[in-house]
Design a protein around this ligand. Structure first.
Ligand code: SF4
Ligand code: SF4
Length: 359
């Protein structure tokens, strides 16, 4: 055991007041690590870890999923997307199903793959689903700038990019959701820094710790939250100091806002939140797939039994969904939280379903 792990355990003991506490992790990789390494078992029973809206695939609205499906049904184009998106069920189909029916859908690792395809196939329209929080948006910006420089006319993005701080604000304001501390995301914070979280302790008295991804990091970060509560001094601390600076990464932030601007955005589970999404600025609108490929109005019909929305707000644990495990599994996902490798239903199913008492 490392010294830091021992320190985390010592602090958990020293600073635990015994009061029931809800600590929310807002990063899909934290959710996975907590489930995978059995961290819940190591914690005192009064500490309840809840998963939040930390997975970009999971928080993509049912409306956007259906809109993308409608676009590929109405237009002849090549769609490029990251892996998990392809399996998210829409109201009546998924991209995977459409691919099996012959639609031109490619799973890629970078938007540059999509742009390169567009450059080499100027007679074909290419649509890239731009997804992710502040972590992945700088790369989308770079691609758009490159497309502009190269005068690429057949490349478009469907932006589902989202911003993390507005989601945290909605959660702390929500009377139903009772959060006593946030484990803030590591990669997102490497870009935006820790300062955008300051309103949380200042206005709501809730501690925040930006955590790394190793089990030791997470354990120590939870102990740091307990220490803030014990000392009655809520603040924003950085446990992941090797990567995250309070001011973030200025170059990456500038890159985002060179190309994108905040817009109101619909999140699964959290609803429509002001200035919580990113859309192309007016000077880049010609790359906007939502404008280039209009479709008739759609009305999404998510599966009536799926409670992904409540899971994403931390109101329900995945195993409290009546579809969890039967029929909803990673092989047969009914909602996005069971699809994504960072989704909480998938994490609980993979690592914790056999020990439901500790969830
Ligand atoms: S991109 Fe990084 S910080 Fe964001 S949810 Fe995924 S793992 Fe967490
Ligand atoms: S278990 Fe499946 S159906 Fe239930 S909330 Fe999770 S993804 Fe949705």
């Amino acid at each position: 055991m490392s010294d830091l792990f021992e320190l985390g355990k010592k602090w958990l003991k020293k600073y635990n007041t015994g009061q029931p506490l809800n600590i929310m992790e807002v990063c899909g990789t934290h959710t996975m690590a907590i489930s995978r390494y059995g961290l819940r078992q190591l914690l005192p029973p009064n500490i309840n870890l809840i998963s939040g809206p930390g997975c970009p695939v999971c928080v993509t609205s049912a409306y956007d999923i259906d809109l993308i499906l409608e676009i590929i049904n109405n237009y002849d184009l090549n769609l490029f997307t990251f892996g998990d998106m392809i399996r998210v069920p829409g109201s009546s189909s998924s991209l995977l199903e459409q691919k099996s029916r012959g639609k031109k859908i490619t799973v890629c690792y970078s938007p540059l793959d999509a742009l390169n395809f567009a450059i080499h196939n100027p007679d074909q329209s290419v649509l890239f689903i731009a997804i992710g929080f502040e972590t992945t948006t700088p790369l989308s910006s770079i691609v758009i700038k490159r497309a502009e420089e190269n005068q690429v006319r057949n490349f478009f993005i469907f932006s589902t990019h989202k911003l993390v701080p507005p989601a945290l604000e909605l959660l702390v304001k929500d009377k139903q959701v009772k959060i006593d501390g946030f484990l803030c995301p590591g990669h997102v914070s490497a870009i935006i820094g820790s300062r955008p979280y300051h309103f949380i302790p200042l206005e709501y008295g809730i501690p925040c710790v930006v955590s790394g991804f190793e089990p030791t990091d997470i354990l120590l970060s939870i102990a740091m939250i307990l220490r803030q509560i014990y000392q009655g001094k809520p603040s924003v601390e950085i446990q992941y100091k090797t990567v995250v600076k309070p001011e973030g990464n200025r170059v990456a932030i500038d890159n985002i806002y060179d190309v994108f601007q905040p817009v109101d955005c619909l999140w699964r589970g959290l609803g429509n939140m002001p200035c919580s999404g990113l859309e192309l600025k007016p000077e880049y609108q010609r790359f906007n797939a939502r404008l280039r490929f209009p479709v008739p109005e759609i009305k999404p019909r998510p599966h009536p039994g799926c409670v992904c929305g409540e899971v994403l707000k931390g109101l329900l644990k995945p195993n409290q969904c009546r579809l969890f495990g039967q029929p909803c599994t990673p092989q047969n996902p009914i909602g996005p939280c069971m699809v994504s490798s960072e989704g909480s239903c998938a994490a609980y199913y993979r690592y914790e379903r056999l020990n439901p008492e500790r969830i």
